[in-house]
Design a protein around this ligand. Structure first.
Ligand SMILES: NC(=O)c1ccc[n+]([C@@H]2O[C@H](COP(=O)([O-])OP(=O)(O)OC[C@H]3O[C@@H](n4cnc5c(N)ncnc54)[C@H](O)[C@@H]3O)[C@@H](O)[C@H]2O)c1
Length: 339
């Protein structure tokens, strides 16, 4: 089967990671083109990864007849417009989360994807591809923990990357949309239910920038699902030890816990401070396997003519809608129903 030719847009923190994976680690696909408005960055990545075509304009890249698909790893507010341009040019689309930065945008994306059933569309909820999360889901679906009652999920970026986080904050869509979307996705995935009510909480404990952005630097939410299951989410960007993502799924007959300590390996370091394990230093290293697996799934779907069973445009809308309601709830101090 022929190799899938991909063009990737956005070569920032995550875009570079996806570009490296596509160019060097995934058989069956070729990173044929890259696009970024930052020309110096574009040229240096293209040279390093030996990519034949470079573009500063996304529509120009999509007009390249050799490309089969695009990976969208640009700032979140550009996603929906770029999905539209790519699909109108007949390209399969992998798009990073969040789908859009408001619900109207997400609904627009739904229409575009619905108009192109011949094309693969996959959203970047990579946690579902992480081996531990996939195994937890298998056990939940097999009924091993009975009925899921509560999903507790924390997403904490390391303090060591706070500078780039603060730069990214103004175009991130806010903590609920940017960070909690992953946890909201997990709540829906593990409970098998849509979210019905949300209560967003939070405050500015350290970084005034978040006050200017009408956002919180530490945020939490309690959510209630249509089937009665509950979720509790927490996020911040200043975890002392590294990238911490932990999830607990409490069922009527058992509990599953993923990475209560985000240990990057099995090495135990014993010194004058005691015994310790090191955390993953950043989200790229924590999710490396998952980022690779999601792209492998995407290119396999294109090559095999299949479609993702989940991570659809509708999942993107449902999760973004819940994240938005969390933000509104945080702003108003009221528990809110999903419309
Ligand atoms: N799945 C995850 O866990 C995860 C983690 C990080 C980021 N993300 C998502 O990935 C996306 C990118 O995040 P990031 O952290 O890499 O951002 P970033 O700010 O580091 O990089 C964005 C890149 O896009 C380029 N760009 C901006 N406007 C452009 C345009 N019009 N055309 C082409 N290129 C343009 C910028 O020059 C920059 O190189 C965001 O949507 C973010 O939510 C997902």
């Amino acid at each position: 089967m022929k190799s899938v030719k991909i063009g990737s847009v956005g070569l920032g923190r995550l875009g570079y990671e996806h570009a490296k994976n596509l160019a060097t680690l995934l058989p069956g696909c070729t990173l044929h083109a890259v696009c970024d408005v930052d020309e110096a960055r574009l040229q240096s990545v293209a040279e390093e990864l030996d990519i034949p075509r470079t573009y500063t304009d996304f529509a120009d890249m999509c007009a390249d007849p050799e490309l089969d698909a695009v990976a969208i790893v640009s700032p979140s507010f550009l996603h929906v417009e770029q999905i539209r341009i790519a699909m109108e040019h007949g390209k399969h689309v992998f798009c990073e989360k969040p789908l859009g930065i408001d619900v109207a945008q997400c609904k627009e994306a739904e229409k575009v994807v619905e108009a192109h059933p011949e094309l693969v569309f996959q959203l970047g909820f990579m946690r579902r591809f992480d081996p531990s999360y996939a195994e937890a889901k298998r056990r939940v679906d097999a009924g091993e923990i009975g009925k899921v009652v509560l999903v507790r999920s924390y997403t904490q970026d390391p303090r060591s990357t706070i500078e780039s986080t603060l730069k990214f904050a103004p175009h991130s869509g806010g903590q609920f949309l940017d960070m909690c979307v992953h946890d909201l996705d997990l709540v829906r995935w593990f409970t098998g239910s849509n979210i019905k009510n949300v209560w967003g909480l939070g405050g500015v404990f350290e970084f005034d920038l978040y006050r200017e952005l009408n956002d919180a630097d530490n945020a939490a939410a309690m959510v209630q699902c249509e089937n009665g299951a509950m979720g509790f989410l927490f996020t911040n960007r200043t975890h002392a030890a590294g990238c911490n993502v932990e999830t607990e799924i409490i069922g009527t007959r058992g509990t599953l816990r993923i990475a209560p300590v985000g240990a990057k390996d099995l090495l135990q370091i014993v010194d004058e401070n005691g015994a310790r394990q090191e955390y993953y230093p950043d989200f790229m290293s924590r999710w490396h396997t998952a980022f690779l697996a999601e792209m492998r799934a995407f290119t396999d779907h294109i090559r095999n003519g299949t479609r993702p069973a989940d991570m659809t445009v509708y999942d993107g809308t449902a999760v973004s809608e819940a994240a938005y309601r969390c933000k509104e709830s945080f702003e108003t101090g009221k528990m809110l129903p999903i419309r």
